[in-house]
Design a protein around this ligand. Sequence first.
Ligand code: PGA
Ligand code: ZN
Length: 431
Amino acid sequence: MDFEIVDLNAIEIMDSRGNPTVEVECTLSCGIKARAGVPSGASTGVHEALELRDGDKKRFGGKGVLKAVNNVNEIIAPELIGADCREQAAIDLEMLELDGTPNKSKLGANAILGVSLAVARAGSHVCDLPLFAYLGGSCANSLPVPNMNIMNGGCHANWQGADFQEFMIAPYGASSFRESFEWGCEVYHALKALLKDKGMSVGVGDEGGFAPQVSSNREPLDLIVKAIEQAGLKAGPDVGIAADPASTEFYKNGKYVLNTEKRELTSAEMVAYYKDLVADYPFCLLEDGLAEDDWEGWKILNAELGQTIELVGDDLFVTNVERIQRGIDENCANSALIKLNQIGSLTETIAAIRLVIRKGWGAFVSHRSGETVDSFIADMVVGFDCGKIKTGAPARGERVEKYNQLLRIENTLGTAARYAGKNAYVRGVRF
Ligand code: PGA
Ligand code: ZN
């Protein structure tokens, strides 16, 4: 039988920050081999599935993943050898049972995810289908808006200024993915020239965005608007702005502490702060405007801005259907960030995507700040018609590889390809 898993082999590789991560290779009886690499976050939410690290301070400051590697090779592999690689859900559920904990703390979400993705990729190869079509079927043809994180702050940068972690551009006004990516690259280069002109640093953060010192959270927004215009585009109609303040990182004792502005704001005051930003800049999306357990604050945020822009929960929902369902029941947001390693298996990730789409919410597919060159999420976003992706700046190989994979997919689809554009955002765009 061609589809039978005959080997699963994990090794420890390095991610884009020089930290160890898990890579799994799946071998089928027909000889096909497929690999997957597991990403890793820095501003991780406390409710995420557990990323198993060795804790042995003598290796990588405790960040080794040999325990997770061993769990694949010694515990998961013997269980799954002989399984049909196309039975993704059954395979994922079997690993969940084998783990038996609510947050994958026995085997590690990194061990489980590596196997889950390698098995899916092997399935696409043996079925002789591109991964996006294997995942999403023969009608999958929607290319996402690339939300490109061109200025990095917070814990992704050596940045003594802005509190916000990510300032993204959304070239939604283009007519194809290729054109939108080109626009994004041009804005990125215009921004670099602008920063150089001003004598500001053009060193980049973890996700490839520039990370100079700035004096407020508005300064990066002003710089980006200027760069959009210098690239010959219109801020608003052509290119919108999205931000991920990753506010859990600056939520201290019930207050949002904005160091750049020397202010401490309540949840309601923080919402008013965002309302002013949305009035002054062409925002289409705001992620993690409030902290991971500030459910009451999120209700205010959604009441005030939820009809105007897309409000995405990342640390709030952690790609977990139970937390997303609570958000739906309590009207806390209108979109969920989708990160494979937050929940730890492909089947559960797809369940989260399906839940939000069924409820008319957005599904915003995301990389992590620590990445490998694995481009699985590019195929996933097309397969499930999520409409938008964030995978950093058009710089640093592990970021660009995802965008390049989307170029390849668009090319494969040819005239059948459709660009999600302005409709990708749950509230559309205001221009
Ligand atoms: P992380 O950041 O991968 O470091 O968690 C990404 C995000 O907060 O969206
Ligand atoms: Zn985030």
